[in-house]
Design a protein around this ligand. Structure first.
Ligand SMILES: Cc1ncc(COP(=O)(O)O)c(C=O)c1O
Length: 403
């Protein structure tokens, strides 16, 4: 099984390629939770995620023949960029197979980091089969995203940095996809400080680990669905699972709304941009999915910041809705001059700001002398939303809350 010596050795191998990322005390989240919260900002890692740690360690342990033949992997996400940069920094040729529909931004980023991309297949599984075909045909080494001890050891260097920078740490909270990241971190942290708790977090729409831990056998999900695409994995790897069973104290889940709220808070209050998977550990803390004491030192590991800009817009709006800062309503007005103004005045009297109004007299959903109106409103929290809705309903409007 993976040992702390493997992780220590990885640190020596990768330290001229990989950044020692900052650990920052967060006043905001400490105040909100009563814990002493320090954020591990792996979002500032090269390529924007931790994957370069494991990939660099894996490539550094190749023999000369394997270096000459090059590496291959399949990924549509952070692992693609991590392997591309790790390989080019190590002078090794890398082929990355990505599904045909992979976002162009990710394909371009992988190429910019020096990887040769091959677009193949409708999904990750098909891309992976192609990568294994290339492995056989070209004699390249397949760099697995998580089910590989050298990869796990590289990811575990985050754990060494956490205990070095924050010796008073009580609890580390880590997102889990295939499990390589938490296996490495738990190995490092528990060896240095056996009493520190390591908590794994999965997204509800991709939560294979709780059942796997309960039954002692790896559970594979038929499908996954979450905004945290970095951890949208159907099952954990065998090697990580062995370590997780031994060294991870607890596994919890968070839903997409909770992830959206944590992501929004991180941006607003810590000026930190994370992707869905990066927000997962803070979501687990903010929504009390595990017990902790007042003043406990907790380190959520924010492991990636690569979010697509379109997805960011959607997630932020969801985050604003969940925190009561955005309200979308629908109502029906009499189609007469001044009807819209009357409605708007009630909203302004409550000091709520209107983002957008859609006023439709032609809608088939309303009578000929009526207009269908949808309004997007900026609000100041759930109580304020209650006030706005009470005022409208009190004035006789039938209001449907759309978001
Ligand atoms: C940002 C981010 N966080 C966490 C993970 C989970 O890592 P693992 O699959 O090793 O559990 C990933 C995996 O791609 C990721 O991209």
């Amino acid at each position: 099984m993976l040992s702390v010596d493997d992780v220590e050795a990885a640190r020596d191998r990768i330290d001229d390629v990989v950044r020692w990322t900052p650990l920052e005390y967060s006043h905001q989240f400490s105040e909100m939770t009563g814990a002493d919260v320090h954020l591990k900002l792996e979002t500032f890692q090269r390529t924007g995620a931790f994957k370069i740690r494991g990939a660099t360690n894996r490539i550094a342990t190749l023999d000369d023949r394997a270096r000459e033949a090059g590496v291959v992997t399949a990924s549509a996400g952070n692992h693609a960029q991590g392997v591309a940069l790790a390989a080019s920094r190590s002078g090794v040729d890398a082929t990355i197979v990505m599904p045909e529909h992979a976002p162009i931004s990710k394909v371009e980023a992988t190429e910019r980091y020096g990887g040769r991309t091959v677009l193949h297949g409708a999904d990750y599984d098909e891309a992976q089969s192609k990568a294994h075909e290339i492995e056989r045909e070209e004699g390249r080494t397949y760099v697995h995203a998580f089910d590989d001890e050298m990869v796990m050891a590289g990811q575990g260097t985050i754990g060494l940095e956490i205990v070095d920078d924050c010796p008073e740490v009580d609890t580390v909270v880590v997102p889990v996809g295939g499990g390589g990241l938490i296996a490495g971190i738990a190995t490092a942290v528990k060896a240095r400080k056996p009493d520190v708790r390591v908590i794994g977090v999965q997204a509800e729409g991709a939560a294979s680990l709780p059942e796997s831990v309960r039954t002692g056998h790896i559970t594979e999900l038929d499908a996954v669905n979450t905004i945290a695409d970095g951890i949208a994995t159907r099952k954990v790897g065998e090697r990580p699972f062995e370590v997780i069973r031994e060294r991870v104290d607890e596994v919890v889940t968070v839903d997409d709304e909770q992830i959206a709220v944590a992501l929004t808070y991180l941006l607003e209050r810590s000026k930190t941009l994370v992707e869905g998977a990066g927000a997962v550990p803070l979501a687990a803390l903010l929504f009390d999915t595990f017990d902790y004491n007042e003043g406990e030192t907790i380190v959520p590991a924010l492991c990636g910041g690569n979010i697509d800009t379109n997805q960011l817009t959607t997630v932020l709006v969801r985050g604003l809705v969940e925190t009561g800062r955005y309200l979308k309503i629908r109502t029906v007005l009499k189609d007469r001059p001044g009807a819209l103004q009357d409605l708007v005045e009630i909203i302004s009297a409550k000091r709520a700001n209107i983002y957008a109004i859609q006023h439709d007299r032609t809608s088939r959903d309303v009578a000929m002398n009526e207009a269908d109106v949808e309004i997007d409103i900026e609000t100041r929290g759930h109580d304020h939303i209650g006030e706005v809705l009470d005022a409208l309903r009190g004035a006789g409007y039938e209001v449907e809350v759309l978001a």
